[in-house]
Design a protein around this ligand. Structure first.
Ligand code: FNR
Length: 191
């Protein structure tokens, strides 16, 4: 049975390096594991008044796509030493209504990717704080702070450096294993 990992990319721009990284990870995933980007650019800003008045289509679409996935992978840039607002908004949208979070219990992993040297460490760890609160078991190792990302991808989007490609493969394989270890049993036990 194919396992589905929803991928949330923290950048909205077309030529996003984080989107390229997400697509590269999708190509390196082990057999039986599919990565699919769940878009966040069309989500209205979270507002409890809007929730009460009627759930907007993009919110419902986003929540359904997360619920239908076996795990969630975040691939994000760092904005001002934290997560981009669009990504935080997506987390807020998916976490509600109260008691019906789409994220609850789903295994998660975080890759942060920056053109700078620190590899988005600040964003990576701020994001982990929210994921802990959402009850998501988050992959701890290997950590993925990818710096110098401007030089990683060729014209076709492939990773040009062997060491980086090996690291991406190791990371997505570790997350696939983590997803299996932390998945809820599909069949209830007899007792
Ligand atoms: C940035 N950038 C950035 N980089 C970083 O390493 N630490 C930071 O705190 C920030 N802050 C920041 C704020 C804002 C508003 C922007 C637009 C950018 C640079 C950022 O890492 C770079 O633009 C990446 O290329 C963005 O990722 P994508 O869009 O290529 O995926």
């Amino acid at each position: 049975q194919t396992r589905k990992i929803a991928v949330i990319v923290g950048s909205l721009r077309k030529e996003s390096l984080n989107r390229k990284a997400a697509l590269a990870l999708a190509r390196l995933a082990p057999p039986g594991v599919e990565l699919e980007i769940v878009e966040i650019g069309d989500l209205p800003l979270y507002d409890e008044d809007i929730e009460a008045a009627g759930v907007p289509g993009p919110w419902a679409r986003f929540r359904d796509e997360i619920k239908a996935s076996d795990a969630v992978l975040f691939v994000t840039p760092e904005y001002n030493r934290s997560v981009p607002g669009a990504l935080k908004n997506a987390i807020d949208v998916g976490s509600r209504p109260y008691g019906a979070s789409a994220f609850a219990g789903k295994p998660a992993a975080v890759m942060s990717l920056s053109q700078g040297a620190i590899g988005g460490f600040g964003a990576n760890h701020h994001l982990r704080q929210s994921l802990v609160f959402l009850g998501m078991p988050v992959l701890q190792q290997p950590e993925a702070y990818v710096g110098g990302a401007g030089a990683l991808f060729g014209a076709n989007g492939d990773i040009t450096d062997d060491g980086t490609r090996d690291f991406f493969r190791t990371f997505i394989e570790a997350f696939a294993a983590w997803m299996e270890q932390n998945s809820e049993p599909q069949v209830a036990s007899g007792r």
